[in-house]
Every structure is written in C-alpha cells, then in structure tokens.
Ligand binder design. Sequence first.
Ligand code: PRP
Ligand code: URA
Length: 210
Amino acid sequence: MRVHVADHPLITHKLTVLRDQRTPSPVFRQLTEELVTLLAYEATRNVRVEEIEIQTPVTTTTGVKIGEPRPLVVPILRAGLGMLDGMVKLLPTAEVGFLGMARDEETFEPVTYAERLPADLSDRQCFVLDPMLATGGSLGAAIDFLFARGAQDVTAICILGAPEGVAKIREQVGDRDVTLVLGSLDERLNEKGYIVPGLGDAGDRLYGTV
Ligand code: PRP
Ligand code: URA
C-alpha cells in the first residue's frame, strides 16, 4: 500500500482553518471542496489515460484523454459527499457511485445502510472519498466492497488520517493495489475514537448534527 501525506503550505493553511472550532459550516464546506481538489491532483497521478492525436491551429500532435473504463468516484455518505464536487471538478468524466456507512459510536464498527454502485467493477480504477480515516473500519469495509466487485485499484482521499487507521488498512489490504492520500497524518485517536488534534465530527461540521 502506498501512503502519500500532503506537504504543502496551502493545504496546511486550509487545514488550520478547517480544524478551528469557530469555522462555520459554509466555510467548512468551501474549504473541504478546495482541499479535495488539491489532494485529487496527487491522487490521480496514476489515472489511466489513452494517447490521442489532435489538430492544433498549427499542426497535429499527440496528447492524452482519460481512458476507458472511466474512473469511478465513491463518496462515503454522509461526510464524503462534501468532497464530491471538489473531486469531479478535476475529473469531470468520472462516474459516481455511493456507499452509505455510519460508524457505531460504541463499537466503532461500520454499518452499511446504502449502496449504489455498478455491479461489475472489473478493470475499474476507484477513488474513495471520506474526510476522516479514524479506526479505519469504514474505509476498510469500503475497500473490501470495491475489490469484491472486481475493482482493479483503489485510491482513498482523506482530509485527516490517524496512524491507527492507516495501520489497520495496511494490514487489511495486503498486496492489493491501494493508495491513501491524506491531507494530514494526525497524532492519534482518543478514547472516543476521534482523531487528535482532528477537527471533530466531519459530518456534523459539514451538515449540522442529526
Ligand atoms: C465518520 C467519517 C468516516 C468514519 C471514520 O463517519 O466520515 O466515514 O466516521 O471513522 P472510522 O475510521 O473509525 O470508521 P460517520 O460514521 O460519523 O458518519 P457520517 O459521515 O454520516 O457523519
Ligand atoms: N469521524 C469523524 O467525523 N471524526 C473523527 O475524528 C473520527 C471519526
């Protein structure tokens, strides 16, 4: 498994505002979108492309277009939805599938409550969006789900990750082709399974408490 942790002052600046408990939901949503677009630049480094020939006003030349089958972007509901616009801005031809997961806050086990994905993911490159990688239960379940449907490789974009979650995913995926792209690798989890220093509950901060 490859792990890429962002190291860029623009990302650190936006993350600082995102972490600040005074940041209101509209700003939190805007910053989440901007951060995803920056992280997606790294996450799509190995996106499959096909060579094409084009005519410029001056001459013919070769370039590339996003290859077939199209990449699949999978936000994990609810908080991952806040990352979708930022991702498809960079990858407008991608298809989008949805996975609804909620973490049981006592056991930290993920419960899958919705799924809307193509039945066959053979040969597909998948990009999973989830702002928080805490214990790794939710992301681990999503990755297993996608490989069980035949996905070729999975890249997960998370705004924040905890070392415990990264270790769990590393052990779980073995030699399957998985890449994690993180805005920050934080210090640890607290006793409630929250990332420290973290940003709190990403879904609540994006959408308000339910
Ligand atoms: C949050 C977050 C992740 C998960 C991370 O979702 O968006 O999906 O927790 O925790 P884990 O790594 O320990 O599984 P939550 O279950 O709170 O649902 P929400 O997105 O609807 O708020
Ligand atoms: N889910 C969140 O939204 N935040 C955390 O810190 C951990 C799990």
